[in-house]
Structures are given as C-alpha cells and as structure tokens.
Write a protein that binds this ligand. Structure first.
Ligand code: CUA
Length: 331
C-alpha cells in the first residue's frame, strides 16, 4: 500500500470519527443523571458509544476510500477480477467485534449487579400501580401519590400493580421496572441531587396511559426525615382529600377543591347534577360510583375504564372520601 493511500484512509477516518463524535457529544441524548445507578448506566452508554464511533469511522473510511479509488471508469463495461476473499482480514474482522461485544457484556453485567445492590440500610417503599395512578407506601404506613426520596440514601422500591401491567420510570434515575399484578419487582434508586422529576408509566395500560404520571421529589436527608416523621400530612388537610390523592382519583378526574384536572373520567365538580340524572341521593350515588362504576355511567363516558374499587379502600377512608366529594362538589 502506498503512503498516500494510508494518509487518505486515516484522513477519512478522522473526518467520519469527528462527525459521529460530534453527533454523540453535542446532542443531549440522555437527561442529566440524578442518581448513582443512572451514572453507571450513563457510563455503559458512553463505553458503547466510543466503541461504536471507532468502528463506524474505520468502516466509513474504508468505504469512502474504496468508492473513490476503485470506482469504474466511464465506458468500462468489463467484469471485475475474480477474488477469493482474504482469510487474514476475515479473522481480524471477526475477532475484533467478538472482543468488543464481550467487553460490553462484561461492563453491563458489572453495572447491573452494582445497581441491584441496596446496601445495609435502604429505605423500603412499596409502589403500587393502577389505572391510572401511582401509590407510594412508606415505612410509616402512610400512602402518598408523590414519590419523595432522600438524597444520598438508597431506596428499595417494591413494585406491583392492581389491575394490568404498568411500568415505572423516572428518566433522570434511568431505570425502568415493570409493575405486574401478583408480582413484586425490585428497583434500587440512590438519588444524588435534589429536585423534582417526572414519574412516568412506560407500558401502554389503557385509555389513561399517557396521563399516568406522578412526580419524584428528591429532598435533603434532614428535610425528608422531618417530612416522614410528621406523617407527611400538611396541618388541616381534609382526610377525604388525602384519600382522593392516595387512591389516584386525581389522575383521572377534575375536582376543583382538590386542584386536580384529570380528563379521563367525568368532572366531579358536577356530582350533584349527575346524582339527579341518575335519580339517586348524592352520597349513596357517590358510594355506588366508586365501588361499582358500571352501575351508572355518565353519558359520553365508557363503562369499564374506571376499575371497581370494591374492597380496595378501607371503610373509614371510603366514608371520608364520600363526605369530602359530597361537600365540595359544586353543582
Ligand atoms: Cu400505567 Cu401506562
């Protein structure tokens, strides 16, 4: 091979490497990591990306060089010379990818093993998904619609679902985990910076899938412990409102008193007029609609979208919820 050809090949390689490298580095492909597990996953991404950019620049350089150097001259209609291949080359281009892919597998396996380790003192949180809301139960026995996490401490999530398959995802924490009825999947998250991040359902689970969102609030350790100790209930909050948010009513329904604006189910501000339409007294109407939503379906809505809550809400909570809805309905 002539020296000029080698310079040309290397030149092409540098150009293609620079272009691919710029696309990898300058485009913000991933959200800024907010967790230790996400940092490790980012590392795997970059490890793989560097390999991919290197392979791409070699292949693209050889391709560009060959197209320019060996292209057919005008008017040349003859066949090319028969070639049998090149055993040495074939061994090299099989061996190198084998080594690279094996390296990626090993790095991924190490990261997966590290990411499933919760340490000796994790914060245990039970995560329950249902159409179309998330519930987070803490060691203090309280259940909330928002995931609050302390910075710098591993939280071990025990994830399950009540009805169909959902999937838990906080992009800044990088990992996804399916929520499956009857199954308890584990996920360890160790937040490294404070902030508010979206909790997203990332498994198509029904009509309200796109709005099945909550948020994760990462707090300083001291603030988190104070919040957990106080039970997380702001003073003077109506117990019915707490149930409203815990059970995920806010995910699907508009209710001005609770500042919820869900559009999947009927507007609960109009409960009084709906009870009249159904020819039932208000409180029994609300009770029936929660426990057996198909008994009366508001015109314009489909039966079966809302799951029946029979046996899902403790009796005291149910009473508080019904009272809260009845007293705060506007019309
Ligand atoms: Cu739950 Cu999608």
């Amino acid at each position: 091979m002539r020296r000029g050809s080698i310079f040309q090949l290397v030149g092409f390689g540098l150009i293609f490497g620079a272009i691919a490298g710029a696309v990898a580095v300058l485009v913000p492909w991933l959200p800024t990591s907010a967790g230790e597990e996400a940092d490790r996953i980012d590392f795997v991404f970059w490890f793989t990306t560097v390999i991919a950019v290197a392979v791409f620049s070699v292949v693209a350089a050889v391709l560009a060089y060959s197209v320019l150097k060996f292209r057919v001259r005008p008017e040349d209609l003859s066949d090319g010379p028969p070639t049998h291949g090149h055993t040495g080359l074939e061994i090299v281009w099989t061996a190198i990818p084998t080594v690279l892919v094996t390296a990626i597998s090993i790095v991924s396996a190490i990261v997966l093993a590290q990411n499933s380790r919760a340490g000796s003192n994790p914060l245990n949180i039970k995560v329950v998904a249902q159409q179309f809301a998330w519930q987070f139960t803490y060691p203090n026995g309280q259940t909330y619609g928002i995931l609050r996490l302390p910075k710098g401490r591993a939280a071990k999530l025990d994830i399950t679902a009540k009805d169909v398959i959902h999937s838990f995802w906080v992009p800044q924490l990088a990992q996804k985990q399916d929520a499956v009825p009857g199954q308890h999947n584990k996920l360890v998250v160790t937040p490294k910076r404070t902030g508010t991040f979206p909790v997203i359902c990332t498994e198509l689970c029904g009509l309200g899938h796109a709005i099945m969102r909550s948020r994760a609030e990462v707090m300083e350790k001291a603030a988190f412990n104070k919040w957990l100790k106080s039970g997380g209930k702001p003073a003077g909050q109506d117990p019915g409102l707490a149930v409203f948010n815990q059970q995920g009513c806010n995910g699907c329904h508009t209710f001005t008193a609770a500042r919820s604006a869900g559009q999947i189910g009927p507007n609960l501000d109009k409960l009084t007029s709906e009870a009249k339409k159904a020819k039932k007294p208000l409180e029994p109407f609300i009770r029936e609609s929660i426990l057996d939503p198909t008994a009366y379906v508001e015109p314009g809505y489909k039966a079966g979208v809302m799951p029946p809550f029979k046996g899902q809400i403790p009796a005291g909570d149910l009473d508080a919820l019904i009272k809260y809805l009845a007293t705060n309905a506007k019309s």
